[in-house]
Design a protein around this ligand. Structure first.
Ligand code: DCP
Ligand code: MG
Length: 498
């Protein structure tokens, strides 16, 4: 039996629902997004795309391009409701569904096309059924594997229905740019292009992946296979959450290390709570930084031992941040003249809340409250180095998630981990009873109530989608997240591990 995979992706999902619920919006440019001065476009109708508006664009820019557009604030509950409706319609066709996002999924349809007059007729039947039930249009791609199916659904958007038949895989891929390969973000694209690989056919000309290894390391085999249309990944119906992240776009830019420290402390606290709630441990921690000129950089680190500990996430964020600040190759915002290393060597930063003690195994623990000044001296520094320019967005993500295996008390890594686990359990149960802000550490209290605290809190409340998609807490099962955290590929060099 031949394998057939279908990929479905709703057209202009949030905007189409707005047009459905407000028939007077039909045929007009509709832009859904954060409406504050720092808002970004979540999506827009195809009518608005003609004006050059697109996802992740600042709303202010969209308004310049399309001043007569209809601007609406997202209604996530409604979009989730419609998404569930669509998924249940698709389940009538096959139970083998792998959801990728709110509006996207893979369907394992091998063997089913015999019930129709081929894969195209099957795709047509599913499209028609979704339209009849919901009034919404999906674009669909059917192909021998996941990579090609996803590519196909995008080839004729909106209202697409494209089949890539057996035997034509390489021919269809040949003229496409290498950035269409799954997992090839801007960083990897640059490296491949430096080696002369611009189009899929340049990779297809190689008999194996060996010439790609010097350029992209252990990604070489996967890239070579995908460029040749080879992809054996199954449709995973019980796909687990792959990452949990928190990010924030600030109403006012952050300009000093102590404010940044507070943000990462807050993110680490949130993420550890969310992991505990799901009984998950994370292997990899990454930070994302967007400067005021929209330059975006990321760094990630794999932990020696997977963790759900706030202090581990926070300290890894500190390490990554200081490495990033010291990294001369990291992009500096235009017009910012400060030499980061010189800054690092001379600036004194106030450490607001905790004192750290380093232990031999390089793990360090906060042991109490302290106000001190210290001289920055490289990556082992316990303070957040000053940023080279104003920061618009910060994010912290934990990925590589595994179910926590119950352990005996004696197996706790350190007495501090044990104490933190017990304390966390108590705080979690108090919080579930009395709400999040009732119990918080001094540092986090400072974030909400200290200098500028209210300003930041206000921006959180206001900007549900100001930082792309669902702003603050982002859970993802997207399979390409391991390569590029950002749907729009603007994350920069996430592959850069330290
Ligand atoms: N989304 C978001 N922020 C982004 C990208 C997307 O909030 N940066 C949300 C809004 C979209 C939905 O996710 O409606 C689905 O994303 P898609 O990339 O599939 O975009 P659309 O469905 O809107 O348009 P398309 O027709 O290109 O699929
Ligand atoms: Mg879509």
């Amino acid at each position: 039996m031949r394998r057939w995979i279908m990929h479905v992706d709703m057209d202009a999902f949030f905007a189409s629902i707005e047009q459905l619920d407000h028939p007077e919006y039909k045929g007009h440019p509709v832009i859904v997004g954060g409406l504050s001065s720092r808002g970004v476009v979540a999506t827009c109708s195809y009518e608005a795309r003609k004006f050059g508006v697109h996802s992740a664009m600042p709303i202010s820019r969209a308004k310049k391009l399309c001043p007569d557009g209809i601007y609406v604030y997202p209604r996530m509950d409604r979009y989730k409701e419609v998404s569930e409706q669509i998924f249940s319609i698709m389940k009538e066709f096959t139970p083998r569904i792998e959801p990728l996002s709110i509006d996207e999924a893979f369907l394992e349809v091998s063997g089913m096309s015999t019930m129709y007059s081929g894969p195209k007729a099957l795709g047509r039947a599913i499209k028609d059924r979704v339209f009849e039930e919901t009034g919404l249009i999906i674009s669909a791609g059917l192909a021998p594997n996941k990579f090609l199916a996803k590519l196909a659904s995008d080839l004729d958007k909106p209202d697409g229905l494209v089949v890539i038949p057996y035997g034509r895989e390489k021919e269809i891929l040949a003229p496409l740019p290498i950035k269409r390969i799954w997992g090839v973000g801007p960083h990897t694209e640059k490296r491949l292009k430096a080696g002369g690989f611009h189009l899929m056919r340049h990779i297809q000309a190689l008999s194996d992946e060996s010439s790609l290894i010097p350029l992209v390391g252990n990604q070489a085999r996967r890239i070579w296979e995908l460029a040749n249309g080879i992809d054996d990944r199954p449709v995973e119906t019980d796909r687990k959450i792959q990452s949990i992240g928190a990010e924030e776009t600030y109403e006012e830019d952050l300009t000093d290390g102590s404010a940044i420290e507070l943000e990462f402390r807050y993110f680490a606290n949130r993420l550890s709570k969310r992991l505990r709630k799901r009984n998950l441990l994370g292997h990899t921690v990454s930070i994302k930084v967007r400067y005021d000129d929209f330059t975006t950089v990321s760094r990630q680190k794999r932990l020696d031992t997977p963790s759900d500990h706030e202090h581990v996430f926070f300290e890894t964020a500190l390490l990554l941040w200081n490495k990033l600040m010291q990294d001369k190759t990291s992009k500096q915002p235009k017009g910012i003249k400060k030499d980061v290393e010189a800054l690092g060597a001379t600036t004194k930063v106030r450490s607001t809340h905790f004192k750290y003690s380093s232990s031999k195994d390089s793990k360090s623990n906060y042991i109490g409250s302290n106000h001190s000044t210290s001289k920055l001296s490289g990556s082992s520094e316990r303070n957040f180095m000053e940023p080279p320019g104003p920061i618009r967005l910060l994010g912290l993500t934990v990925s590589g998630l595994d179910e926590e295996v119950p352990m005996q008390d004696s197996l706790f890594e350190s007495p501090q981990d044990e104490t933190e686990d017990k304390l966390a359990g108590v705080l979690d149960s108090l919080e579930s009873k009395f709400g999040e802000t009732v119990i918080m550490s001094g540092a986090l209290w400072q974030r909400f109530h200290g200098e500028n605290g209210m300003r930041r809190k206000r921006s959180e409340l206001k900007s549900a989608v100001d930082a792309q998609s669902t702003n603050e807490d982002v859970e993802s099962t997207k399979m390409d997240k391991g390569f590029d955290l950002d749907k729009n590929g603007d994350v920069g060099d996430i592959n850069k591990d330290i």
